[in-house]
Design a protein around this ligand. Structure first.
Ligand code: UGA
Length: 434
């Protein structure tokens, strides 16, 4: 929304939320999320044509277009628990829109949703005695955290789905017009509603599948002496495969991949396609196995016992350049270290507050350090879990000197120079290398 405000001064953009604390943060110098470049964009338009507030009803009433961006977590109860999306916030939002509206509007689904959610929204919105008409349009977001601003400035594509009726097509064009202020028209794709909803889930499933594919083969590399980075480079040169998203890692995290694939799995089961469901479910299983087997490798290298040993965990965010820890592989790593009764010492450049929140039930068993040198001091091993580029530039000699020996590094992101570290004296293991 900040990017739309920046690129389209002719639109007034109002962001509303029920959480007043977060809205206050958006109105302050301390934005509630860390994202490179975001603060600059927000500050350039806040108070001009971008506003943050809690007056939801009034804002609905005066809006012509409403982007719905409420969360759709995995359901934890009832039918579909553990897989289906919990749509209660979407439904509540549709009802709030209807209650507060006294004119017809376009409602845009921005949240990631199961295919055919628009149907439910339309049923709620258009069964009104007020004579109002709502067009529901799907406009999924494809930005990735850490590179959000660049992704928004220069998207590979913008996707807008709507009904193939006169009103539906007009609504799609209304949304396309917004993006056309800075995105070339040929990159603005329009489809029917269901294709748009399902494309979002499919894109995330394909991206996650690539990581699980390369990660599954990283295990074979460790057995055979092949090197997963060399393989990624060799296969990525084939333009049919492409070089992106082939970085073997300790596992993918983030709020989207797992949730969206589980949602896809649920949809396939619901529509009687168990083979398709199993196929995609394995992408998640491999991901969890990758993290767990990595901790087991570390354990084996530490004589199969880490009880009472300090283990430094470098990085808790699910990827670099974000403070987001949702579904972070580091979280699973810490839980497994605790199972073995080790003492994890966690450090991260941005995510320590969220790490403390995530681990609030075990605060007496874990430690936190503001910087990596402090985390590594007296530890038996370092587990690098997030690819913060600063880690590659640390003074590793100084770290080695401060650690218990033999000092082990497990590079869960393959960003360190193993040969150099071995020369210092470290024992070094990484993903997909013997
Ligand atoms: C992902 C998609 O990339 C976005 O297109 C999508 O819009 C977004 O989900 C969403 O649905 O909101 P995001 O989760 O922010 O974006 O970040 P990614 O860059 O996709 O990384 C996800 C995880 O995969 C991270 O833990 C990352 O470290 C890991 N990863 C990524 C790898 O392990 N290897 C790779 O080669 C790439």
């Amino acid at each position: 929304m900040a990017m739309i405000a920046k690129k389209c001064s002719q639109y007034q953009v109002k962001i509303v939320d029920i959480n007043a604390t977060r809205i206050d943060a958006w109105n302050s110098d301390n934005l509630p999320v860390y994202e490179p470049g975001l603060k600059e964009v927000v500050e350039s338009v806040r108070g001009k044509n971008l506003f943050f507030g809690t007056d939801i009803e009034a804002s609905i009433k005066e809006a012509d277009i409403i982007f719905v961006s409420v969360n759709t977590p995995t359901k934890t109860f009832g039918f579909g628990a553990g897989k289906a999306s919990d749509l209660q916030y979407i439904e509540k939002t549709a009802r709030s829109i209807l209650t507060a509206s006294d004119s017809s509007k376009i409602v845009v689904e921005k949240s990631t949703l199961p295919v055919r959610t628009a149907e439910s929204m339309e049923r709620i919105l258009n069964n009104n005695g007020k004579g109002l008409h709502f067009d529901v349009v799907s406009n999924p977001e494809f930005l990735a955290e850490g590179s959000a601003i660049a992704d928004l400035e220069n998207p590979d594509r913008v996707l807008i789905g709507g009904h193939q009726t006169r009103d539906g097509l007009a609504a799609v064009e209304e949304i396309a017009k917004i993006y056309a202020n800075w995105v070339p028209r040929e990159r603005i794709i329009t489809t029917n509603l269901w294709s748009s909803e399902l494309s979002k889930l499919t894109a995330n499933a394909f991206l996650a599948q690539r990581i699980s594919s390369i990660n599954s083969l990283s295990a074979l590399c460790e057995k055979t002496g092949a090197n997963i980075d060399e393989i990624a480079n060799a296969i990525g040169k084939d333009t049919r495969i492409g070089s992106k998203f082939l970085k073997a890692s300790i596992g993918f995290g983030g709020s989207c991949f797992k949730k969206d694939i589980l949602n896809l799995v649920y949809l396939c089961e619901h529509y009687g396609l168990p083979e398709v469901a199993t196929y995609w479910e394995n992408v998640i299983k491999i991901n969890e196995w990758q993290t767990t087997r990595s901790v087991k490798r570390v354990l084996r290298s530490l004589f199969n016992t880490i009880t009472g040993k300090k283990i430094a965990v470098l990085g808790f965010a699910f990827k670099a350049d974000t403070n987001d820890t949702r579904e972070s592989p580091a979280h699973l790593v810490v839980r497994e270290l605790l199972e073995e009764r080790a003492i994890p010492v966690i450090t991260d450049y941005r995510a320590l507050p969220d790490a403390k929140r995530d681990l609030s039930d075990v605060l007496d068993k874990v430690q936190f350090a503001e910087e990596p040198y402090e985390a590594a001091k007296d530890s038996h091993a370092i587990l690098l879990c997030t690819e913060w580029r600063q880690y590659a530039a640390l003074d590793w000699q100084k770290i080695y000197d401060s650690m218990s020996k033999p000092a082990l590094i497990f590079d869960g992101r393959n960003i360190l120079n193993g040969e150099e570290l071995k020369k210092i004296g470290f024992e070094f293991i990484s993903i997909g290398k013997a």
